[in-house]
Ligand binder design. Structure first.
Ligand SMILES: [Zn+2]
Length: 138
C-alpha cells in the first residue's frame, strides 16, 4: 500500500499522482540494490614515514682525498676509501649513505695520518743523514 509523500493520502497502486493533492508520485520501481562503486585507493597510506632518501650525489671531496691517499702513501686505505665513497653514492637511504661515507672518511683519515707520519719520519731521516754526512765531511 502506497501513501502520498506530500499529504499522506492513501494512493492506488502505481498511481502517478496523488488523488488528494495532485503531487506527482515517484514510480514504485523495485528498489534495486545498486551499490555505488566505491573506488578503493590502490595506494596504501604508509604508516611510517619513508626513510630519508640518500642524496645520490658523489662525495667529490672524499673521492679526491681517497685518490690522493691512493697515489701518495697508503694505497690499500686509499682504495678502501675510494670504494666506500663510490658505493655510498648508490646507497638506498641517507643512513646507509652516511655510514659508508663515514667508513670512507675513517680510511682516509688513517691513510693521511699514516702518510703524514711516514713523510715526517722520512724528512727526519733525510735531515739526520744529511747532518751525519756533513759531520763526516768535516
Ligand atoms: Zn497528496
Amino acid at each position: 500500500m502506497a501513501f502520498c509523500k506530500n499529504c499522506g493520502a492513501q494512493l492506488e497502486e502505481n498511481a502517478k499522482f496523488c488523488p488528494s493533492c495532485g503531487t506527482a508520485q515517484a514510480e514504485q520501481a523495485p528498489v534495486e540494490n545498486v551499490t555505488p562503486e566505491v573506488e578503493i585507493p590502490v595506494q596504501e597510506v604508509e604508516a611510517a614515514p619513508a626513510p630519508e632518501k640518500a642524496s645520490g650525489n658523489l662525495n667529490v671531496a672524499q673521492l679526491v682525498w681517497a685518490i690522493i691517499n691512493l697515489l701518495v702513501c697508503c694505497t690499500p686505505l686509499g682504495i678502501a676509501a675510494l670504494i666506500f665513497t663510490v658505493i655510498a653514492k648508490d646507497a638506498p637511504t641517507a643512513e646507509e649513505e652516511a655510514k659508508k661515507l663515514k667508513t670512507a672518511k675513517t680510511c682516509n683519515l688513517i691513510g693521511t695520518i699514516g702518510g703524514a707520519v711516514v713523510i715526517v719520519l722520512y724528512i727526519v731521516f733525510v735531515v739526520v743523514m744529511a747532518m751525519v754526512g756533513a759531520m763526516g765531511a768535516m
